[in-house]
Write a protein that binds this ligand. Structure first.
Ligand code: GLV
Ligand code: MN
Ligand code: MN
Length: 436
């Protein structure tokens, strides 16, 4: 559709006023959502994907959307899809906006949640002002972006993007418990995942607003970040099987101590990034030890190794080096070591056209912005398989994230949502209204 006919659709089917973000409503929802899964002592949020707290957060967002008169659906992957009206669905290509509601253990209240609430705000503001335009604004809350409980990060966005081959047939949590039941409790259906995949024709653009989670914007005095690329992520689930034994009577010689072997894996991963420079960062952040008893030699350990880089070839090299190290460690420690799961996402560049729209918006609003890469993974990384993607960052106070102290100034949260709205309007060829 030409931008002239899009603008015509807008003026004929909408009131004369361009949509505007309601900052008070946005901040109230962020505050209320941030109480769900909150530890009263640390203030950290624990809302692992598919946990009870995650379900509560999902229910909160769906209730807010329904109370606003919006149309809410849950797909087979448990993704929450929010549109202005069901009747218009499928008539126009979509400008999809969103992020995730799940968190890491003891994380912050903004990572992901902010992007979902901002997208809800945009869809609501757009609907309230008449709902016209050449693209249909749709908000999405993706399931299990973090992979904190179930080691399939980006689960919801992978399904939406049709990447089913990258997922296990019967996903399991870190303790071996199946996803099937918790997914059903979230309104999903493991046997119908294919029905949740979108075609690329349906999505004209995907926009995600997110806290930066690093120090770049704050240090530069920039209020908006325009993300030029998103780091790739390779998450391996590694199982180490040794032999359990009495801590006091099992001789050191001949032990097959799964935890001692796991410790070597932790250090091997660190060395791959820190000393050998094969990838930008490598982290083992989670170990599950069996039987996890102070006076028993560990029988088994399941851990995740998370490798990241902005260059796909370097990620492949780093993974190969880690696999070589695993084979060496198994030989040296008498354990069996197997990679039992892998979730891989190539690094992606964001769309130059969408970046230009974000920059125009920042200039229109007269706010300083910076162009920067994202070191964190985001659903946008996966949706890039389907559609042009772009990300808008707002500054993180102190540059911290995945910790209870994660925070962003309220004015910046409102500004980020306004930039999201205006960028989506521009993508639809619509006027953005006066600067407020
Ligand atoms: C996702 O939030 C990640 O980058 O770990
Ligand atoms: Mn995160
Ligand atoms: Mn996030």
């Amino acid at each position: 559709m030409s931008s002239q006919s899009v603008a015509q659709a807008w003026t004929t089917s909408s009131t004369a006023t361009a949509p505007a973000v309601d900052g008070g409503r946005l901040l109230r929802r962020i505050e209320e959502l941030g109480r769900i899964g909150r530890d009263p002592v640390t203030g950290g949020i624990t809302r692992e994907g598919f946990s009870a707290a995650d379900r509560e957060a999902r229910a909160y967002v769906m209730a807010e959307a329904r109370a606003a008169g919006l149309c809410v659906a849950v797909d087979a992957a448990g993704n929450i899809i929010i549109r202005g009206s069901a009747a218009a669905a499928g008539e126009r290509p979509v400008v999809l906006m969103g992020s995730h509601l799940d968190t890491v253990v003891n994380g912050g209240r903004l990572d992901g949640a902010y992007g979902v609430i901002a997208a809800l705000e945009v869809v609501q503001a757009w609907a309230e002002s008449g709902g016209g335009g050449g693209l249909e604004p749709v908000a999405v809350a993706f399931t299990n972006e973090e992979g904190a409980l179930f080691p399939q990060p980006f689960f919801g966005s992978m399904v939406l993007a049709g990447r089913l081959a990258g997922l296990p047939r019967e996903p399991l949590d870190h303790q071996g418990g199946p996803l099937r039941g918790p997914l059903a409790l979230a309104g999903g259906d493991l046997d119908a995942l294919g029905s949740a995949a979108w075609s690329s024709d349906a999505v004209a653009a995907y926009l995600e607003v997110h806290v930066e989670q690093g120090p770049v914007l704050e240090r530069a005095g920039s209020r908006i970040g325009v993300v030029d690329g998103i780091t790739g992520r390779d998450v391996l689930t590694v199982e180490i099987r040794g032999t359990a034994g009495h801590a006091g009577t099992t001789p050191m010689a001949g032990r097959a101590d799964a935890l001692a072997a796991a410790s070597r894996v932790v250090l091997a991963a660190e060395r791959i990034a820190a000393e050998r420079g094969l990838c930008r960062v490598a982290t083992v952040g989670r170990l599950h030890i069996s039987p996890n008893s102070p006076n028993t030699v560990a029988e088994a350990v399941r851990l995740t190794a998370d490798l990241r880089d902005t260059d796909a070839a370097r990620m492949r090299n780093a993974e190969a080096a880690l696999r070589d190290a695993l084979a060496d460690i198994a030989r040296q420690t008498g354990t069996d070591i197997e990679v039992v799961g892998r979730v891989y996402s190539d690094p992606v560049a964001t769309s130059a056209d969408l970046r230009a729209l974000i920059e125009e918006t920042a200039l229109e609003l007269g706010v300083p912005y910076a162009v920067l890469p994202s070191g964190a993974g985001h659903d946008a990384l996966v949706v890039a398989d389907l559609a042009p993607v772009a990300m808008i960052f707002v500054p993180s106070i102190g540059g911290v994230s995945h910790v209870p102290e994660e925070d962003t100034a309220p004015d910046d949260l409102v500004l980020g949502a306004e930039v999201l709205l205006r960028t989506a309007l521009r993508a639809s060829g619509l006027p953005t209204g006066p600067r407020r």
